[in-house]
Design a protein around this ligand. Structure first.
Ligand SMILES: Nc1ncnc2c1ncn2[C@@H]1O[C@H](COP(=O)(O)OP(=O)(O)OP(=O)(O)O)[C@@H](O)[C@H]1O
Length: 320
């Protein structure tokens, strides 16, 4: 649904060059929620703004819903952007307009008549749970309600893709969860593909199907969450389940979905080994119980026990 290939963006700032994004390839499948995770300055906003060409890439191509945006002129691009919604960290609402007026704004730009606009605005406000706030101004709303208006406005043009620029970063934890639940519902009910950027692991583990980790303008690793958790040395796994630095001989096992199996007691019963649990973490990630355990495993049948764990589908990593 979104294909970014060989993306590079260099800003020229008072004679100085800043490379914000380099060598980025991204493939977001139709109907998935894809998160780009990274610290401040990693290049996430630049990447997102290159996807709808609010920033023109220095190099590379961007294709959304089969249309290569980087090949379009300004007029065609304006039309293509109507099919790509965007929501922002600080909501970007017009303070002089009511909630209904904010949602109607893109519909006016598209040239919809008054009656059709009113019908569509009512439908959109219903969708985001704000039907009773149509006539109030943004200043009278909570942060979560403001973001709901932003979401309704972003959906006005019936987009197939929604871009989210740190949409929950200005919200408290409870409101964050309710906005994430709304995004997940829209993803499921409307088949909306969502590309979001965030610095919060909580956002990734609550709603993302896939993730790319970005650092210094580059993507360090990307894939579906189960794929990344099953990959040796995964940074996502280490950040989701932080464990103390391992010592030589320590074993780290990562599981995705096998949390119900009593693997440690099985290993002790089946093999001549002793197991010390040195640390561990368990979380619901993308709807699946996942986690990591750090173990010290000693005894005659250590190697066979490790093979057994790997055969049960666990990722087994030994520190040297
Ligand atoms: N318009 C601009 N002109 C010059 N440099 C810029 C511009 N926009 C971003 N940069 C630089 O590009 C790099 C990446 O910035 P970007 O905002 O994309 O990162 P980010 O991961 O979104 O961080 P944040 O969450 O803090 O916005 C930074 O070094 C930043 O200073």
């Amino acid at each position: 649904m979104i294909d970014v290939s060989g993306l590079r963006k260099v800003y020229r700032d008072r004679g100085r060059e800043v490379t914000a994004v380099e060598c980025v390839d991204l493939h977001v499948r139709e109907g998935e929620i894809f998160g780009v995770l990274g610290q401040s300055g990693a290049g996430k906003s630049t990447l997102l703004r290159c996807v709808n060409l609010l920033e023109r890439p220095t190099e590379g191509t961007v294709t959304v819903a089969g249309q290569e945006l980087t090949a379009l002129g300004e007029a065609q691009l304006r039309r293509a952007r109507q099919r790509i919604g965007m929501i922002h960290q600080h909501f970007a609402l017009l303070s002089s307009r009511t909630v209904a007026g904010n949602v109607a704004f893109p519909l006016e730009v598209m040239g919809l008549g008054k009656a059709e606009r009113a019908r569509r605005v009512a439908e959109l406000l219903e969708l985001v749970g704000l039907a009773d706030k149509a006539r109030v101004h943004p200043a009278q709303l909570s942060g979560g309600q403001k973001q709901r208006v932003g979401i309704a406005r972003a959906l006005a043009g019936n987009p197939s893709v929604l871009l989210s620029d740190e949409a929950t970063s200005a919200l408290d934890p409870g409101t964050t969860q309710s906005i994430l639940a709304l995004l997940k519902r829209l993803n499921r009910e409307l088949g909306l593909t969502i590309l979001l950027i965030t610095h919060e692991m909580n956002v990734v583990k609550t709603i993302c199907d896939s993730v790319a980790i970005m650092r210094d303008g580059r993507i360090e690793e990307s894939g579906t969450i189960p794929e990344l958790l099953a990959r040796p040395g995964s940074r996502l796994a280490a950040e989701l389940f932080p464990l103390p630095a391992p010592e030589p001989g320590h074993v780290t096992i990562t599981f995705t979905g096998q949390a119900d199996e009593p693997v440690v007691s099985q290993v002790v019963r089946k093999f001549d080994v002793d197991v010390n649990i040195l640390g561990g973490a368990l979380e619901e990630v993308a709807g699946v119980s996942s986690g990591r355990l750090r173990l010290r495993l000693t005894g005659q049948e250590r190697a066979a026990a490790l093979t057994y764990l790997a055969e049960r589908g666990l990722l087994v990593e030994e520190s040297r």
